[in-house]
Design a protein around this ligand. Structure first.
Ligand code: ATP
Ligand code: MG
Length: 231
């Protein structure tokens, strides 16, 4: 589904990614972990075509490096960035509508089922998005992305600022997203959350992947956790 090889990217003169390689398969939740500032969000932005980058990125067989973001999105890559990118003056309903596929075909997600999972949004369809709490805006941003029926979802710290009950709902949702055949690349700060829902995990440090493996192998690697994860 996604194959990244030797990806380099950064901001102006400062390089952040120093040759990152990773893969994400359909039906998998894969987590990307690391300390603050290690380049996780930068990687998602580079995949989405928002930063100049070199190396190679294949998405569903297409070489996408250098394509503009809107083309990458149209190929089926969804990005829920860490800063909530909802439209604050549009209502919750209008925000969800903005995420919908332009084509008429039915996606994997119906608005009704998302609203059943998240009554906090269902109750507030007519209020401006900007009125929601930070966590609720994050949730809206995730639901809006699903309305576009991505085949790969890049999701950046979706549980930040959420009440514990909602964190559980997000865990269940991301697992269901994968079960429906979508690939999920999750940037997460909460190690326990990532270990619980991921098929595989990568740890980044110094702009490179310093560990890759399944939850069990990360649990059995205390030196990786102490060197690259704990702050
Ligand atoms: N727009 C930007 N311009 C210049 N430098 C940036 C920009 N965004 C991030 N950086 C720098 O790039 C590095 C990686 O940042 P990035 O946002 O990818 O980290 P991260 O792993 O997502 O961590 P966190 O989300 O916890 O801050 C940091 O040193 C950061 O200061
Ligand atoms: Mg980040």
């Amino acid at each position: 589904m996604l194959e990244v090889r030797n990806l380099y990217a950064g901001y102006g003169g400062s390089r952040v990614l120093n040759g990152v390689s990773l893969t994400v398969n359909a039906g998998e939740v894969v987590s990307l972990l690391g300390r603050n500032g290690c380049g996780r969000s930068t990687l998602l932005k580079a995949l989405m075509g928002e930063l100049p980058a070199h190396g190679s990125v294949f998405f569903q067989g297409h070489s996408i490096l250098g394509l503009p973001s809107h083309r990458i999105a149209r190929l089926g890559m969804g990005h829920v960035p860490e800063q909530r990118d909802i439209f604050p003056s549009l209502t919750v309903q209008q925000n969800l509508d903005m995420g919908r596929k332009p084509r008429q075909e039915k996606g994997r997600w119906l608005q009704e089922e998302l609203l059943t999972r998240f009554p906090v949004l269902a109750r507030r369809l007519d209020v401006p998005g900007g009125v929601l709490s930070g966590g609720e805006q994050q949730l809206l941003s995730l639901c809006r992305s699903l309305m576009g029926d991505p085949t790969l979802l890049l999701v950046d710290e979706p549980t930040e600022g959420l009440a514990p009950a909602l964190v559980e709902d997000i865990a269940a949702l991301l697992q269901e997203v994968a079960q429906r055949g979508c690939a999920v690349l999750l940037v997460e700060q909460r190690l326990a959350f990532a270990l619980r829902i991921s098929a595989r995990l990568y740890v980044m440090g110094h702009g490179e992947i310093v560990f890759s493996g399944n939850p069990q192998s990360l649990q059995q690697a205390p030196q990786v956790r102490s060197e690259w994860l704990q702050v």
